[in-house]
Ligand binder design. Sequence first.
Ligand code: HMG
Ligand code: MG
Length: 303
Amino acid sequence: MFSLPNNATIIEVGPRDGLQNEAAPVSTETKLAFIGALQGAGVSEMELTSFVSPKWVPQMADAKEIVARAEKVGRQFVLTPNARGIEAATEAGADAYAVFVGVSNTFNQKNINKSTQESMDALEPLIKDLKVEGKFVRACISTAFYCPFEGAIDPKETIELCRQFVELGVDELSVADTIGMANPKESYELFAELKKEFPDTLISAHFHDTRKMALANISAALQAGVDRFDSSAGGLGGCPFAPGATGNVATEDVVNMLHRMGVETSIDVDALCEAVAEIESHLSGPVQTGMYTLYKNRKPAEA
Ligand code: HMG
Ligand code: MG
């Protein structure tokens, strides 16, 4: 039987994963308007920004101002790779943190300038401290299926890295198909295993849509018991250090699919498309996702 949850949670990553990959700089005011419009559409969990080196990712250089000025609605994550980022984010008012590590050593080196093990060694005391302070910590697991440099990743390695994070006490694992290469069979098998191994940890699926398999992968992950999905309004996104990583699966398309299957979310698709319309003219290209294209093509009388 096709088993489905009654509800699913979207973690909107557009303001972070989406805008980190934009060629043209997006102003702080435009980002804040986008964040506000996403909140207005019912987004309850969001990655707001990242505290990373502005030399590496200049698009996120205004992280402090974003955190300080964004209206506090629901759970708001900041992505951060190190102590410097956690400190700056905390000063700005953050209280939910997303750390990130690649299963693939080569990818991790290119993304964070450390081996995977070096990253884990550095993160261990930081995660422990955040948990002592009662903060929410999510661990983003990049290249969980495939790496642009090393190819296919052994699922055992992904599970092992997840286990290290679970033992450190993280609240959530966000397991990522960084370059959009996984297929639904792989999605089902890995997520079923993760749900079995880590029943007390929240598990989210983070799919990039490079090969247009993301919705199928989400459907497979739902079958494996996953009910939390990272997605980006307008399908924006990609990691600048992962060649071939195009946008995240589009929130409007995920929410539409879920609602049509009877799985409720807190998000209104039309209002979400209005948020996309808000940001589209500030982007380097047009947004061409399924639901947003339908929204744009509606006759004015129907809009
Ligand atoms: P490094 O050059 O090895 O580190 O970079 P460093 O300690 O020598 O620092 C370099 C400079 O950055 C120094 O400044 C530091 O102070 C500064 P300088 O003295 O030269 O003026 N710095 C910082 N500034 C602000 N915030 C910080 C910070 N840390 C150091 N937190 C580092 C190491 C980790 C900093 C760098 O590699 C980096 O910033 N990498 C970030 C890469 C990134 O953001 N990637 C995209 C996000 S991950 C992703 O998209 C994947 C995901 O979506 C899941 C998936 O799809 O797979 C999550
Ligand atoms: Mg990503």
